[in-house]
Design a protein around this ligand. Structure first.
Ligand code: ZN
Length: 333
């Protein structure tokens, strides 16, 4: 009986938290997974690298996405028809191109803060959104150089600094824990904390635009840890499922939300999987999954597009004039 009471209480508290979102219009969630290859996204574990995994490990990786979600949305990139927007397959140049809608002169991760307004800033300005309604959560420090030219206009929860962060005890506690439990690589917090912070923010602050950026995958790639890389991708698949389930519980707010999931660059083929940023064009071919408001649910598409179409698509969905061509199969009535 006691267990039942706790269960009912738990469900009530949970539904209270999830019903707290007021529907103020269209919303966007952009979720990026750093340095994920099309091989693992579309086909699962690499036959050339599979012997590094336990023999009973399943070959499919993004299992929930392919079994439950793929036909509920659109997936670009199964052939070579979806590319990043930057000239080089390196993180900061690619993220800067994604957030402005075009390539710039940035060639490496040391080119500094983006010099023009990103779509997060222009949408916040055009729709007069307060900083708390446009939030960026990122594990990797470098994202602070890509998401905004002026960090004061949005909420940033990017390792290690926090800008315009609400004095929320749950978020403060997660931040504190993350700083005490840093990964072996530098300039990042562990994805588990970034994700938990972002999900808490989604449920309690109902942002109009939420950007979630995870990086463990790229770091495992650079140290050549294939089991670690594959494990991080399986975790991302479960995170994606959690985002979708949460949106399903958020009523009109969830129905008014469009979700974008992609990566900043791919990596080399086969044994060259640990590296990226070379001249090999394969590193620029990536994937994009979209689901939710405005997305025609047709599953896989061979239509051509690039990361440069993401900014105009988000502008279009948010009801402002797109600054470029919108992605195929996207329309709002
Ligand atoms: Zn990298």
């Amino acid at each position: 009986m006691k267990t039942l009471l706790f269960l009912i209480l738990g469900l009530l508290l949970c539904s209270f938290e999830l019903n707290a979102c007021e529907n103020k219009g269209p919303n966007i969630i952009l979720f990026t997974l750093d340095g994920v290859r099309r091989q693992e996204f579309f086909k699962g574990t690499d036959p050339i690298l599979r012997d590094q995994l336990p023999s009973n490990e399943p070959t499919s990786i993004f299992k929930s996405l392919w079994s439950k979600q793929s036909n509920q949305g659109i997936i670009f990139g199964s052939s070579d028809h979806y590319q990043i927007a930057s000239h080089v397959s390196v993180s900061l140049p690619s993220y800067q191109a994604l957030f402005t809608g075009h390539a710039n002169d940035c060639k490496d991760n040391h080119c500094g803060t983006i010099q023009e307004k990103t779509f997060l800033e222009t949408i916040a300005q055009t729709l007069k959104l307060p900083a708390k309604d446009v939030a960026a959560f990122a594990s990797w420090e470098g994202l602070k150089f890509a998401v905004a030219s002026d960090a004061s206009k949005i909420t940033e929860v990017i390792y290690p600094e926090i800008v315009n962060f609400p004095k929320d005890p749950v978020l403060m506690n997660l931040q504190h824990q993350a700083m005490k439990d840093l990964p072996t690589w530098h300039e990042s917090r562990k994805d588990q904390y970034t994700f938990e912070m972002g999900m808490h923010y989604l449920k309690n602050y109902c942002p109009r635009i939420l950007y979630l950026s995870l990086v463990d995958s790229d770091e495992y790639g650079h140290i050549g840890d294939y089991p670690g890389y594959v494990k991080s991708l399986r975790t991302y698949d479960s995170y994606l499922e959690k985002i979708i389930q949460t949106l399903n519980l958020l009523g009109d707010y969830g129905k008014q939300t469009t979700l974008f999931v992609t990566t900043d660059h791919s990596r080399g083929d086969g044994l060259k999987w640990t590296i990226h940023g070379t001249d090999d064009p394969v590193e620029k071919n990536v994937f994009l999954f979209m689901k939710g408001r405005g997305v025609h649910p047709i599953g896989l598409t061979n239509k051509s597009a690039t990361h440069a179409n993401i900014r105009p698509s988000i502008e279009y969905l948010m009801g402002i004039k797109p600054t470029g061509p919108v992605l195929p199969h996207l329309s709002i009535q």
